[in-house]
Design a protein around this ligand. Structure first.
Ligand SMILES: Nc1ncnc2c1ncn2[C@@H]1O[C@H](COP(=O)(O)OP(=O)(O)OP(=O)(O)O)[C@@H](O)[C@H]1O
Ligand SMILES: [Mg+2]
Length: 248
């Protein structure tokens, strides 16, 4: 479904991606792990065409991402941004239903609101939350609203950038189960970025570790433990000493 071939991206003289090659089969849940600042979020933005790579190819369903109708392309995706990225001037339900209120997937207002409330419920938020503004919510609640928005239009492909960061362990468990459900029940293809190893084990079919601008290791979640890769082992055990330097 998603294929990155030798993708390069630098910002000024800072080389971030130095030949990323990654394949995500249809209906699979890929988790990308890696240290802070290694280019995980940039990788997702490249796939969406929000950041243009300097070199390499990215295809979704065999089609190059930068060609063709952008609106139709983006309509296939749901994305939870790392900082939730809600619209301050819209209420919670209007944020969740953003795509359902405009464009090709436009619904009647009452129907869009109903769908929004149902999605809010799925991420553990009460219907009363619907008419609040993002500024009235806690950080974890905002994150869940972002998640509800990502799944609102039942996308084929879904990206979650740090879905459980800032959530309590119980809510993190709810969100992990939800992500798993979306992949299994809706047959969606998912890429999740997380530092949370509990999440990795709960969500992933496949795991890829990004380090030094390349995919250092990739394999199934079952292969991850005892894979022998010193980068992966340092990361999953949270050790300060190892090939990954703490100052980057
Ligand atoms: N638009 C941009 N302009 C300039 N530099 C950028 C831009 N976006 C990202 N970078 C740089 O690219 C590098 C990778 O950033 P990215 O956000 O992908 O990291 P990350 O792996 O997601 O880290 P974290 O785990 O902390 O979220 C960082 O050094 C960042 O400063
Ligand atoms: Mg990031």
């Amino acid at each position: 479904m998603i294929e990155l071939q030798d993708v390069h991206k630098a910002f000024g003289d800072k080389r971030v991606l130095c030949g990323v090659t990654l394949t995500v089969p249809k209906g699979e849940s890929m988790v990308i792990i890696g240290g802070s600042g290694t280019g995980k979020s940039v990788t997702l933005k490249c796939i969406l065409g929000l950041v243009t790579p300097d070199a390499g190819t990215i295809t979704v369903g065999g089609q190059p991402v930068t060609k063709g109708d952008r609106d139709a392309f983006l309509a296939r995706f749901g994305m939870l941004f790392q900082g939730a990225a809600l619209f301050d001037s819209l209420t919670v339900w209007q944020n969740v239903a953003f795509r359902l209120l405009r464009g090709a997937q436009k619904r009647a207002r009452a129907e869009a609101r109903e769908i929004a409330i149902e999605k809010l419920r799925r991420v553990g938020l009460k219907a009363e939350t619907a008419d609040l503004y993002p500024a009235e919510l806690s950080g974890g609640m905002q994150k869940r609203v972002g998640l509800a928005r990502a799944i609102a239009a039942d996308p084929e492909i879904i990206f979650f950038d740090e879905p459980t960061t800032g959530l309590d362990p119980i809510m993190a468990g709810v969100i992990n189960d939800l992500i798993r459900e979306i992949v299994v029940e809706m047959g969606a293809t998912a890429i999740t970025i997380t530092h949370d190893m509990t999440s990795v084990r709960a969500i992933a079919d496949d795991v890829a570790m990004l380090h030094d601008g390349v995919i250092q290791w990739t394999g199934t979640v079952a292969e991850m433990d005892g894979c022998g890769d010193p980068y992966v082992e340092q990361f999953i055990n949270g050790r300060a000493d190892g090939p990954i330097e703490a100052v980057r």
